[in-house]
Write a protein that binds this ligand. Structure first.
Ligand code: OGA
Ligand code: MN
Length: 320
């Protein structure tokens, strides 16, 4: 491969050196795609790009998702951009405890982007426009690395199974009423394969995250225990890469096999403005299941979800 790389973590992730993402020729782009399939997380430093330039680079990987209309989306950004920012359209800090910040706080649970959509995301590209001087890191964990370490009996047990992912379920762990009913209707629970293979090289991964809440044909209790165990296996501290952002960083990750989460920062004091583009996957991962049922979150589910968001409540917030 012609491009230079530096490892980000012993198990996955590389920095791509010497590239301006606004000017990448076809041969170099093919190398970037290969690095993406191989390493799952790519960092490009010093990329002061506009939304349009970010969209143009991202489109080279495939068609982009457009944001679902939520309480967060703003008319002034292109529909291909998800804005993760603690500032409003008038550029003012969003007050502490505001529903918009709580909604984004769902990103502090380990997840894979758009796993709650019938066609889940292939890749996300997150561009750091403004970063806090401390906190606000993004963490990554490779489910493929952990899958490959599973006992063979467990791999056989998981093979062919189908999980259910639901955005209403995962946001419900953060707090009631964060997802108004008309938005929930845009994102009904859907089926996703529990084991996926990357078509480029065949390497398999399990596929879980905060939106996963059932496994077809399995009692809810057993399914949630298993989903949680897999997630905890993948996110053991020594398996996690923590990215400390510098302005101008562009980080791209493979949602098929990588979990990520944002880390808290002092939202009252520091601005954090990140723009994301999301490359759509090439199709559903499992056959459609009509009217998938999701059992309500139990006390233990809520406690587990909220433990991941402890900083919110430590700061004295209440969510009804
Ligand atoms: C995302 C995401 C976390 C963060 O952009 O999809 O989950 O650190 N971000 O902002
Ligand atoms: Mn995300």
């Amino acid at each position: 491969m012609a491009i230079g790389t530096n490892p980000l973590h012993p198990l996955f992730g590389v920095e791509i050196l010497g590239i301006d993402v606004r000017r990448v020729d076809e041969a170099t782009f093919a190398d970037v795609v290969q690095a993406f399939d191989e390493h799952s997380v790519l960092l490009f430093r010093r990329q002061p790009i506009s939304d349009e330039e970010q969209i143009a680079f991202s489109r080279r990987f495939g068609p982009l998702e457009t944001t679902i209309r939520t309480i967060i989306s703003e008319a002034r950004t292109p529909r291909e951009i998800s804005s993760l920012a603690n500032v409003d359209a008038e550029d003012r800090l969003i007050p502490h405890g505001d529903t918009r910040n709580l909604f984004n706080a769902g990103n502090q649970m380990w997840h894979s982007d758009s796993s709650f959509k019938r066609v889940p995301a292939l890749a996300s590209l997150l561009s750091a426009r403004e970063v806090p001087p401390e906190g606000g890191e993004t963490q990554f964990a490779s489910m493929r690395v952990s899958y490959e370490r599973l006992p063979e009996a467990m791999k056989r047990f998981l093979e062919g199974r189908v999980a259910v992912h639901s955005f209403a379920y995962s946001r419900g762990l953060v707090g009631d009423g964060l997802l108004p009913l008309d938005h929930a209707a845009q994102v009904p629970p859907i089926a996703q394969a529990l084991v996926r293979a990357n078509p480029a090289h065949g390497r398999k991964t399990f596929y879980v995250g905060s939106h996963a809440c059932e496994i077809l044909g399995m009692p809810t209790n057993d399914a949630r225990t298993l989903l949680r165990e897999l997630l905890e296996l993948a996110t053991r501290p020594e398996f996690v890469y923590t990215h400390r952002w510098q302005p101008g960083d562009l980080v791209m990750w493979d949602n098929r096999c990588v979990l990520h989460r944002g880390r808290p920062w002092d939202e009252d004091k520091y601005r954090r403005v990140m723009h994301r583009t999301t490359v759509a996957g090439d199709g559903p991962t499992a056959p459609d299941v009509p009217a998938v049922a999701v059992a309500p979150a139990r006390e233990t589910d809520i406690a587990w979800g909220r433990a991941q968001l402890a900083s919110l409540w430590a700061a004295g917030d209440t969510v009804s």
